[in-house]
Design a protein around this ligand. Structure first.
Ligand SMILES: [Zn+2]
Length: 112
């Protein structure tokens, strides 16, 4: 386990909180189209649909990131954190500092 595991864990929890906070905020914009359907024109309805699609896309991206963070937190709990899921080598501390949720070492991530 990396020496700065506590910091990395705190960073993961913070990131998770930011992501779930954003989800709550954007929940409103995902529902907006149905609510406004009756009173918006065709063009602005298309805009609204487009916005809804974008909101959905970023929401699914966010939930993927949350899942990735949860997996990293689970590895911390089980003591496997900091080792590449693919080759088992230690993941470089610098790499973890940039993205503590990364499950792969640089070699495996770059498709060696
Ligand atoms: Zn690896």
């Amino acid at each position: 386990m990396p020496d700065n595991i506590k910091e990395l864990r705190a960073a993961l929890l913070q990131r998770r909180e930011d992501l779930t906070g954003l989800s709550a905020l954007s929940a409103g914009s995902r529902d907006a189209v149905e609510l406004d359907q009756s009173r918006v024109g065709r063009l602005s309805r298309m805009d609204a649909l487009q916005q809804q699609e974008m909101a959905k896309a970023s929401e699914s991206q966010r939930s993927q990131q949350v899942a990735r963070i949860d997996a990293a937190l689970a590895r911390i709990a089980s003591g496997d954190f900091g080792y590449c899921l693919d080759c088992g080598e230690e993941i470089a501390a610098k790499r973890l500092a940039v993205d503590p949720a990364t499950p792969l070492c640089i070699d495996c991530a770059s498709g060696r």
